[in-house]
Ligand binder design. Structure first.
Ligand code: ATP
Ligand code: MG
Length: 607
């Protein structure tokens, strides 16, 4: 924050204004006082002189109007004595002048030569003509003192017979005034000094809380809420300080709530599995969470401030304005040859109440699994309908032929009926298989587990096939040397083995060999069934466990397969917490392996 200049600070302004006010008022009082004093003192002085002049006037009038004898002294002589009597410290000179302006006498020793001369003094003339006292203050040329000159007319009845002229030393009065003014000035200076000092202190009581608050506001701006303004009193300033402290508390509280909300939001964003991207109002990325970065395989630096459409790889389809209008989520296909990867972007617009668009929030969801499931479901439905349609159309054509009269033909009719019977069988088998799978999918079924000796169990299944087989295929057994007790659902495992062995027989050539083996590895027993059959193309080996998958549709249908056998087997083995897989070489043969969990027992414990 800017520093307040010295002369701009309230403190200095306050003191200046205060001092100026005091100075002006003192000046006014001083001026008035000095003028009054000046007038009064001069008036008093003049009055004292005039009083004495009145006394002199009486004697002078006597002397001028008196009838004289020859023995009497001359009027000049007697007047001189009268005037001499009246001289004092403050009266410098008294002159008596007749109405012809002739100087009759003077008290001054030096001015005796002027007696009998004409008085040139203006005030004397004026006093005689105007019949009023004239007063003038002048500065004496020699002594540089102030001199009060008074000219007073001398009346004889109504007639003016002359004038009394006095030069009085008024310097003492001026000295007095000067002294008093000096005292006044000193007093003013002292009181001003005191005023300034007091002013500074008073101003401080205002400015200190203000600068305290200013400092606190600065501290608050830099995030420090621990400071408190000191409350100096209960006046308005004190109230302001209390209000300020209250404001600080409120601010701190709301700041900490915002901060904790921000942290919560940040942690929610970071821990979300969905990706979140937000943009500014021009569609440039302003925030992105880790999940979104991972999904898009990018780093923050690459993304921040870049247009959202180019980040999502849809800049050719959508502009930012179009993205604002988008109502449904947009699929983003990042699939490669090897791997499918599909994201779904849901876009929402952040708007002010006025409708002004602040930006977009894009939520990215990994939709690969969902898409896969959807695709599988579609495929499944189409597979099922396809599988059902084939036997149904076959049956319809045979039934049509029968209805059109073939039933009468004893040679053809049984053949046609047996075909429809076979197709019906196939459909029943298919529906049963589907039911089995759907039951397993919905986890409705429970395994009916029991402890069995696996070699014995396996042997029984193989023997059943050995007795019933119609082909010329040899069976070779390489079972485990000692007893293997496993906990299995024998019905389910029989179905699994039935399917694998019947497959092996189905695809075996005439004179081929089917080998059966059991080994133990760790906590599992490993079962393998291999044949010398036609094999499976390498790229499809793992697909044989998919529902409806058949390597060679035409041929396997001819062999009566639906393509569900291994899918069911896989479900069952998985339910037993085992694993199933295949190895195959085209033209050479196929081996199906599966494992089952197995607990090693002491030999003979179960025998
Ligand atoms: P189902 O078993 O339902 O009667 P299926 O035998 O055709 O019909 P699966 O047992 O699931 O179906 O087998 C799927 C496909 O795997 C078969 O159609 C076949 O192409 C291939 N297959 C399975 N076992 C072998 C094998 N031993 N040799 C060659 N191909 C095999
Ligand atoms: Mg099969």
């Amino acid at each position: 924050m800017q520093k307040v200049g010295f002369f701009r600070s309230i403190h200095v302004k306050f003191v200046l204004i205060y001092v100026l006010l005091i100075l002006v008022s003192m000046q006014i009082i001083g001026l008035y006082f000095a003028r009054e004093l000046d007038q009064r003192l001069k008036e008093n002085f003049m009055n004292s002189i005039v009083d004495r002049m009145n006394l002199v006037e009486f004697s002078v009038r006597e002397e001028i109007t008196k009838k004289r004898m020859d023995s009497d002294p001359t009027p000049e002589q007697s007047l001189k004595n009268v005037l001499a009597e009246f001289t004092s410290d403050d009266i410098i000179e008294i002159r008596a002048i007749n109405n012809k302006y002739r100087i009759l006498a003077t008290s001054s020793y030096e001015n005796q030569t002027r007696v009998g001369q004409h008085s040139t003094d203006e005030s004397v003339k004026k006093s005689i003509t105007s019949e009023q006292i004239q007063d003038v203050i002048r500065i004496d040329r020699q002594s540089r003192n102030h001199v009060l000159s008074l000219a007073k007319p001398i009346f004889d009845g109504d007639e003016v017979i002359g004038s009394l002229y006095v030069d009085a030393n008024i310097e003492t009065v001026f000295r007095q005034i000067e002294q008093i003014n000096g005292i006044l000035a000193k007093g003013a200076a002292v009181s001003l000094t005191i005023t300034i000092i007091v002013g500074i202190f008073i101003a401080r009581t205002f400015t200190r809380p203000i600068s305290d608050m200013r400092r606190q506001a600065q501290a608050m701006a830099s995030g420090n809420f621990m400071r408190k303004v000191k409350v100096y009193g209960t006046d308005e300033m004190g109230q302001l300080a209390i209000a300020f402290n209250h404001l600080t508390n409120q601010l701190q509280e709301s700041q900490s709530t915002t901060e904790s909300e921000r942290r919560k939001l940040a942690s929610v964003l970071e821990n979300m599995t969905d990706g979140v991207i937000s943009t500014d109002r021009r569609g440039r990325v302003s925030l992105i969470n880790d999940s979104a970065l991972q999904m898009l395989d990018m780093t923050t630096d690459l993304v921040i401030n870049r247009p959202i459409a180019s980040i999502l790889g849809i800049e050719s389809e959508y502009t930012f304005e179009e993205l604002i209008q988008v109502k449904e989520s947009i699929p983003l296909d990042f699939s490669t040859e090897e791997q499918s990867y599909i994201l779904r972007a849901t876009i929402s617009v952040t708007q002010r109440e006025t409708g002004f668009v602040n930006g977009l929030i894009v939520v990215l969801h990994d939709n690969t699994e969902q898409e896969k499931i959807d695709m599988e479901r579609r495929e499944f439905v189409s597979n099922v309908s396809h599988e059902l349609r084939t036997p149904l159309t076959t049956m319809r054509s045979y039934l049509d032929a029968l209805a059109e009269g073939a039933w009468r033909n004893e040679e053809i009719a049984p053949n046609f009926l047996s075909v429809t019977q076979n197709e019906t069988e196939r459909m029943i088998r298919l529906v049963n298989d589907l039911l089995k799978l759907s039951r397993m999918d919905s986890k409705e079924y429970e395994l009916n587990k029991e402890y069995v000796e696996f070699n014995r169990f396996f042997n029984a299944v193989i023997e059943r096939f050995e007795f019933s087989k119609s082909q010329n295929v040899r069976f070779a057994r390489n079972l485990y040397s000692s007893s293997l007790f496993v906990e299995i659902d024998t019905d389910k495992l029989t179905q699994v083995l039935d399917n694998i062995i019947s497959n092996a027989l189905k695809y075996s050539p005439d004179g081929g060999e089917v080998r059966f083996g059991v080994t133990v590895s760790g906590d599992y027993i490993k079962v393998m069934i291999s044949d010398d059959g036609m094999g499976i193309p390498k790229s499809n080996v793992n697909r044989i466990f998919d529902r409806f998958y058949r390597a060679d549709r035409a041929r396997s249908r001819a062999l009566g397969g639906t393509g569900l056998g291994l899918a069911i087997a896989k479900e069952m083995i998985t339910a037993h917490k085992g694993d199933i897989w295949a190895q195959s070489e085209e033209g050479k043969g196929t081996t199906i392996f599966f494992t089952l969990p197995f607990e090693q027992q002491e030999d003979g414990e179960w025998d």
